[in-house]
Design a protein around this ligand. Structure first.
Ligand code: AHR
Length: 496
């Protein structure tokens, strides 16, 4: 049995936690939109064609924002195809995923969907085949007053009042040669800057997200980031990061230590942000938006063979994937001073914590860490001091067995503590020490765990890996002892 100590002090503050860290991403890809969010033929569909069971599962996740419509799809998307009477919308070939796009779901349907979920929309503008004029027109359509060309079109479609969409992504992964209309950093930086100016002139209150590197393995990383930021610094508010993780070589010990890589990615970009801010002699700040993140390696299918709603990248998540997701969320809290938006990619069917069939809905293992963070992490992130036994990994050397984060919400005096035990074999006895408080009670302790890192849920066996409420550790003044099973994620709710 390994022993660890976790020291908590509510004076050791990292930052206020941005609620947008618990956001999602929906793309016109595979069965995310069609058969996922929107499926008028489903027995679960409401009068707008939205699947009620999907709405309910997403509602519980309480995603604060949803990014849409892509992704690679965005860079070939003509947004005007997706508005107006449905019977007049064109069927098109989507070149990103080699699929047929029916355009039955578009901007108005998405904004209605966001309204149902009470979530902030985050719209993307096409910087691949789209012009800066198209980008500005979409802002006018969503946020402009009536009495203008696009404001009037919106009103004709039943929405006289502007939607007031605040968050906008200026393109998607424009550094990637796979991207439709891919640009080099200077070309993209200049185009994004000009698009941003026009978008802001339509609505000065918009918050803009610039395309950062598609991942930290890109040959142009992090030079791409420096270049585009220097060109756009004062015009944008966020800089995007994307990253998909995988246990490609079956090295579970290293896979379970991936938070080291996530932190490194954030730290490098934090350095770039500081450098560019100084270089631009600016008082303006730009924050990070990790607007695509998830595990994605078992099903990388991306060729829809020119069909509607093909089954693409329907990854099935096991316990070790959920532990990686939990560490990602730990990193979001630990880096909450610079990271302000994060969108799990994606929210239904495609690399998602939720999969639908015609009649039912499955929650994968990864649904649960997201659920607990989204529900419990609020207020400020605390800089927790962890003394943990270590283990050896091939990729990251010596790593602590425990990965920990914590939040404290002064409004209701509630603290949350999130702990991953990375060990595949060793239980850890963790002693929690509250250094500046005597907690009133540990209200609940939830744990997601199983003896085998590869177990997963399926439609036949949907409850193989679900969280259980374990006995809350007994408080002894300012400390408590908690048993952490191997391969476990634990969330504690503490009344301070
Ligand atoms: O989420 C799937 C794809 O991954 C997105 O379309 C793209 O932005 C990324 O490469």
């Amino acid at each position: 049995m390994a022993q660890a100590n976790i020291y908590i002090d509510t004076n050791r503050v990292i930052s206020t936690i941005s609620p947008l860290l618990f956001s999602g991403f929906a793309e016109h890809m595979g069965r995310c939109i069609y058969e996922g969010i929107y499926d008028p033929a489903s027995p679960h569909a409401d009068e707008h064609g939205l699947r009620r069971d999907v709405l309910a599962a997403l509602h519980d996740l309480n995603l604060r924002s949803i990014r849409y419509p892509g992704g690679n799809f965005l860079s070939g998307y003509c947004w005007e195809d997706g508005i107006g009477p449905k019977d007049q919308r064109p069927r098109r070939r989507d070149l990103a995923w080699k699929s047929i796009e029916t355009n039955q779901f578009g901007t108005d349907e998405f904004l209605h969907f966001c309204g149902e979920l009470n979530t902030e929309p985050m719209l993307g503008v096409n910087m691949g085949t789209g012009s800066i004029q198209d980008a500005a027109n979409l802002v006018e359509y969503c946020n402009g007053p009536v009495g203008t060309r696009y404001g009037d079109r919106r009103a004709r479609h039943g929405h006289a009042d502007p939607y007031g969409v605040k968050y906008w992504c200026v393109g998607n992964e424009m550094d990637g040669p796979w991207q439709i209309g891919h640009l080099d950093a200077v070309e993209y930086g200049k185009k994004a800057r000009e698009a941003a100016k026009m978008m802001r002139w339509h609505d000065p209150s918009v918050a803009l997200v610039l395309c950062g590197s598609s991942n930290s393995e890109m040959p142009t990383y992090p030079e791409w980031d420096r270049t585009v930021l220097e060109l756009c610094w004062d015009q944008v508010n966020y800089h995007s990061m994307h990253y998909y993780a995988g246990n490609w070589d079956g090295d579970t010990d290293s896979y379970l230590a991936l938070s080291a890589e996530f932190e490194n990615f954030v730290d490098t970009l934090t350095g770039v942000l500081r450098y560019v801010k100084a270089r631009c002699r600016s008082k303006h700040d730009v924050y990070l938006s990790w607007d695509e993140w998830n595990v994605w390696y078992k099903d990388r299918s991306g060729d829809g063979r020119w069909t509607e709603a093909p089954h693409l990248s329907e990854e099935v998540y096991n316990l070790e994937d959920a532990l990686v997701v939990a560490q990602w969320l730990n990193v979001f809290l630990r880096k909450s001073d610079v990271l302000k938006i994060a969108c799990i990619a994606q929210i239904v069917n495609v690399i998602s914590p939720i999969t639908t069939s015609r009649d039912s809905l499955l929650k994968h293992t990864t649904y649960y860490p997201l659920l607990f963070f989204s529900k419990l992490a609020a207020g400020i992130a605390l800089d927790v001091n962890v003394k943990s036994p270590t283990y050896q990994t091939k990729k990251f050397g010596e790593m602590p067995l425990l990965d920990v984060s914590s939040s404290y919400d002064e409004a209701n005096n509630m603290q949350a503590i999130f702990i991953v035990n990375r060990s595949q074999t060793r239980s850890v006895t963790a002693e929690l020490h509250w250094q500046d408080r005597t907690p009133e009670a540990i209200r609940a302790a939830h744990q997601l765990s199983a003896p085998d890192s590869k177990v997963f849920n399926s439609f036949e066996n949907p409850n193989r890996v679900v969280p259980t409420q374990i006995t809350a550790p007994r408080l002894d003044g300012q400390s408590a002892i908690l048993e952490l099973a191997p391969l476990s994620f634990t969330a504690l709710e503490v009344k301070l």
